[in-house]
Design a protein around this ligand. Structure first.
Ligand SMILES: [Zn+2]
Length: 365
């Protein structure tokens, strides 16, 4: 089963569980005159709605690429997650408002053992359903599923508090629905905001997952002839579509035919193993010969600046006596200022050479 089918199947389970819960809670809520239980039912209805949105979003996101959208429709999944986060937020705000009203004007509810038992079953069902949805979501990197799963989890806590309030009200005739409702509403609102932030971050564009970037660089470094892999960038068009580039350093006397074989092999393997479309750029490195000393000097100079994370792409041209290399500087530091300082130092050390320093962004670990 592919990823989209899995998302849809999991969402259908969510819809089914929620609709059954809605029916039961509506019945119990009307019978016992409990606003908390009725609100809970409305909340379940909104969960079923978020699962419906997930399914529609997944269907749309799975559309094949076309001329106008050659990168596919995968980013629709982010919009789905935003919508679901907003639903969670609204559910939190509504239940906060209701709970505050209940605090100010307490109303007696007539719980019965049967109604509480039904709520108890609902809590367990919701908890298990939420955990299942979230687990599948984490497995297949679906933010929408993780969002609905967390939502269901919080709802089960909300229902649980209703249950506790009901037992206390039955046993000691004290109404706690209001105060419990306020606390839980605040937790739901916080969760909704966090989900929203997570999704917005994905839309803005985030640093490549550190584990993935290290794994990719390690895999590329393992090819014979590759002396280093740098400047790895990855752009996503939805959670499963990744396109990017990397620079590799090879010996400056490697013939074009060999470079061709090497880069083709890397591109093919990375696509087959990770599904990532990777463009490979070349740095010719002269590690030996007359410039080995200059390279060593550059290395020593760069080492004096802890803000410089990496030096790569060193190339010296015999004819023009120009030396070119890249520096990756920490985002926290003033990269241009550091480049200036390194330049001045190097020009003092080897006045016969000209230095060109290119500043690379610290795209990945
Ligand atoms: Zn570079």
């Amino acid at each position: 089963m592919d990823r989209n089918q899995k998302i849809i199947q999991t969402s259908i389970v969510g819809i089914g569980v929620n609709l059954v819960l809605v029916l039961f809670k509506m019945g119990v809520g009307l019978l016992t005159n409990s606003i908390a239980i009725l609100l809970d039912a409305v909340n379940n209805l909104s969960d079923a709605l978020s699962s419906v949105i997930t399914i529609i979003g997944t269907k749309l996101a799975g559309k094949e690429p076309d001329k106008k959208h050659p990168y596919g429709y995968g980013r629709i999944e982010y919009l789905t997650s935003v919508l679901i986060s907003v639903i969670v937020l609204l559910a939190g705000l509504t239940s906060l408002k209701e709970s505050v009203e209940k605090l100010l004007h307490p109303q007696a509810a007539n719980y019965t053992v049967l109604s509480l038992a039904i709520i108890g079953v609902a809590v367990v069902a919701k908890f298990l359903c939420g955990r299942y949805v979230k687990k599948v979501g984490t497995q297949i990197h679906s933010q929408s599923l993780v969002a609905s799963g967390s939502d269901a989890f919080f709802d089960s806590i909300l229902s649980f508090s209703t249950l506790v309030a009901g037992i206390i009200s039955m046993r000691w005739h004290i109404s706690l629905e209001g105060i419990l409702g306020v606390v839980i509403s605040l937790i739901i609102i916080k969760a909704g905001l966090e989900m929203l932030m997570d999704t917005l971050n994905s839309i803005i564009g985030m640093r490549v997952d550190s584990e993935l970037s290290r794994e990719l660089k390690e895999a590329i470094n393992a090819y014979e002839g590759v002396e280093g892999a740098y400047d790895l960038t990855l752009h996503n068009y939805g959670p499963t579509e990744l396109i990017g580039s990397v620079h590799i350093e090879v010996a400056d006397d490697m013939p074009a035919s060999q470079i061709h074989r090497l880069t083709r092999q890397i591109t093919t393997d990375i696509f087959r193993n990770y599904g990532i479309v990777l463009t490979v750029g070349i740095y010719a490195a002269n590690t030996s010969g007359e410039f080995a000393k200059v390279r060593q000097l550059v290395g020593q100079t760069v080492k004096k600046y802890p803000e410089i994370l990496q030096m790569h792409g060193f190339y010296a041209d015999t004819e023009s006596q120009r030396v070119l290399f890249d520096l990756v500087v920490d985002f926290e530091a003033d990269a241009k200022d550091i480049r200036e300082k390194v330049l001045i130092e190097l020009e003092n050390l080897c006045p016969q050479m000209q230095f060109d320093i290119i500043l690379d962004s610290d795209y990945s670990d």
